[in-house]
Write a protein that binds this ligand. Structure first.
Ligand SMILES: Nc1ncnc2c1ncn2[C@@H]1O[C@H](COP(=O)(O)OP(=O)(O)OP(=O)(O)O)[C@@H](O)[C@H]1O
Ligand SMILES: [Mg+2]
Length: 228
């Protein structure tokens, strides 16, 4: 059998609504993320970008609408099935990377595979390869507080790649980095789509990162407008 996935869209979402009490944050958002493409979502603070990203990543459920991940509809899935779908298909990168402080860079990257039961030797071998790809081999044994902000963010990207996800969802991945370090992280994100064929959905305020993307959407008044 071949390994070519049968789905067309990495993520497909239609008619997504999400309210917090009387606040209507998402008023019927539809978006389809193509395989191997990098998509940026921009918009004002409070416009609902993170809310949408959490829903696209199945971390939150919409009040109305449907989400499919790699052709699998998620509506009605129990939390265990959702967690398994997430660990197989999705990787997450947040603005504040949430690395585990007591573990090294290598261990942090290996963690998602160790959690899903990959044997230790294989997990550390793959984590070491990823560190090489991230140009962080020399930092393998450093703990997060011994790494720079940009290095920590690259480790977080390595961790998101560990389980070979189809899609990476990133919320402000360069939000607290200086310009030069941001450029490094942006190029790394771009190469994950171009070289590895993964899909990327990135929430960002950064115009350079949006410019590097294949498509840009703006969240406005609860709707998603296509910009590019
Ligand atoms: N758990 C929650 N309970 C109540 N309101 C919430 C909750 N989470 C978000 N909101 C509200 O929903 C709106 C959208 O929030 P969201 O975090 O999605 O915005 P955002 O576009 O990501 O903003 P930022 O650019 O500042 O990160 C905001 O008005 C926020 O106050
Ligand atoms: Mg946000």
């Amino acid at each position: 059998m071949n390994d070519i996935p049968a789905y067309k869209w990495a993520i497909e979402a239609s008619g997504i609504q999400r309210n917090y009490g009387t606040l209507e944050v998402l008023k019927g958002v539809s978006i389809s993320i193509e395989k191997g493409k990098m998509v940026a979502i921009i918009g004002k603070s409070g416009s609902g970008k993170s809310t949408l990203l959490h829903i696209l990543g199945t971390l939150d459920a919409p009040d109305a609408g449907e989400v499919s991940i790699c052709g699998i509809p998620v509506t009605g899935l129990k939390s265990k099935a959702l967690a398994s779908l997430r660990s197989k298909h999705l990787g997450f990168v947040f603005q504040f990377h949430h690395l585990l402080p007591e573990f090294t860079a290598l261990e942090n990257i290996a963690m998602p595979a160790l959690i899903t039961g990959m044997n230790k030797k294989a997990a550390f071998k793959r984590a070491a390869e990823l560190l090489g790809y991230l140009q962080l081999s020399a930092r393998a044994d450093h703990k997060p507080n011994q790494l720079s902000g940009g290095e920590q963010q690259r480790v977080a990207i390595g961790r998101a790649l560990m389980n070979e996800p189809d899609v990476i969802l990133a919320d402000e991945p360069s939000g607290n980095l200086d310009t030069e370090t941001s450029i490094q992280v942006h190029q790394l994100l771009r190469s994950i789509t171009t070289d590895m064929g993964k899909s990327l959905v990135i929430v960002t305020h950064n115009a350079d990162l949006a410019a590097l993307s294949d498509k840009v959407y703006e969240m406005k008044d609860g709707l998603l407008l296509s910009e590019k």
